[in-house]
Design a protein around this ligand. Structure first.
Ligand code: TYM
Length: 331
């Protein structure tokens, strides 16, 4: 039995990194698997959120996922807090995970920086909740971008330790699915840092809601070096900005880096950037149009999320009951 689970935070807009790194794979996997996709609002509150903005952000992320091609009649789409099993299983798994394992999580170390003591306990324990998300459905495949690799390894370690501690085969070990030429989309302002919702510079990322003009401007101003594009992939070594733009072109045209360099090798960025902007605008325009149609209808979005939550609970509740029996709870 193959089952897909993945999640996305409802903070900020869907950006090109989310889309090419993860969401496009979520969409294609609907054809071959039972898919469960979650707007992770429990994860969002590990950092302080304005309640009004969060409420709207959950709906907008649902609208962005639908606009990207998630089909709520096939996949299950819901928000995490509406399904009790996530938080409840997270508690049990917090008693399985070890402090030493969480201490090794690079995302916490990078984000907390020098202020480790000032972070919420929830933010520290965040990857355990992520493991609970996946394991509550006994998911076997988890499509994500490259930055989630370590969290996925942790989820496997937690699943394996739970099974061993209790002498059961309750949880399958989930496989990360990190696929395509853009598993790690970098900032347009700095080829060594990841494109991210939390970057204060909007020029660093392409949002799925950006207009054609904004996209063209951001690509035009994207940082690059002065050399023309190489004709082979080896020539991208040490050129992170060039590698990023070539990777984006490959992902957006469903081709490979080698194909892009065959077509554009020897061209300068003055020629390559407008071609890239054109391809990007044509790929994103239909999504942005659908998003604008959907985002205003809160009632319809809430209904889709509620139906998804009921379907998700029907799968997760029996798994939680099995976990309760396994650890020895009386009911
Ligand atoms: P989040 O909300 O940061 O990102 C959602 C998805 O987008 C991918 N992604 C990227 N891919 C390529 N390049 C980038 N620059 C880029 N930025 C983001 C992420 O890898 C992710 O797949 N902890 C998760 C959400 C989560 C989850 C889960 C994922 C909660 N529970 C269970 C999988 C399974 C997160 O914060 O993703």
């Amino acid at each position: 039995m193959n089952r897909v689970f993945s999640g996305i935070q409802p903070t900020g807009n869907l950006h090109l990194g989310n889309y090419l790194g993860a969401i496009r794979n979520w969409v294609t996997m609907q054809d071959a698997y039972d898919c469960i996709y979650c707007v992770v609002d429990l994860h969002a509150i590990t950092n302080r959120q304005d309640p009004k903005v969060l409420r709207q952000g959950i709906r907008e992320m649902a609208a962005a996922l639908l606009a990207s091609g998630i089909d709520p009649d096939r996949a299950i789409l819901f928000n995490q807090s509406a399904v009790h099993a996530h938080a409840e299983l997270a508690w049990v798994l917090m008693c399985t995970a070890r402090v030493g394992w969480l201490d090794r999580m690079t995302q916490f170390k990078d984000r907390a920086g020098k202020d480790r003591e000032g972070q919420s306990v929830g933010f520290y324990a965040y990857p355990v909740l992520q493991a609970a998300d996946i394991l509550a459905y006994k998911a076997t495949h988890v499509p994500v971008g490259d930055d989630q690799k370590q969290h996925l390894e942790l989820a496997r370690d937690i699943a394996a330790k739970f099974n061993t501690d209790f002498g059961v085969a309750l949880f399958p070990l989930p496989e990360p699915v990190i696929r395509g030429p853009a598993t790690r989309v970098m900032s347009l302002r700095d080829g060594t840092s990841k494109m991210s919702k939390s970057d204060p510079s909007d020029a660093s990322r392409i949002n799925l809601t950006d207009t054609a003009d904004a996209i063209a401007q951001k690509i035009k101003r994207a940082r690059t070096d002065a050399e023309p594009l190489p004709s082979e992939a080896a020539g991208l070594a040490g050129r992170p900005e060039a590698a990023n733009l070539v990777g984006l072109m490959a992902a957006l045209t469903d081709s490979t880096i080698a194909d892009v360099l065959r077509d554009h090798g020897g061209h300068g960025f003055g020629q390559f950037k407008p071609a890239l902007a054109d391809v990007m605008v044509s790929a994103l325009a239909p999504i942005s149009r659908r998003f604008n149609d959907l985002r205003g209808d809160s009632a319809a979005l809430d209904a889709i999320l509620a139906k998804g939550a009921a379907r998700a609970s029907a799968i997760a509740d029996p798994v939680l009951a099995e976990v309760h029996r396994t650890v020895g709870f009386a009911s």
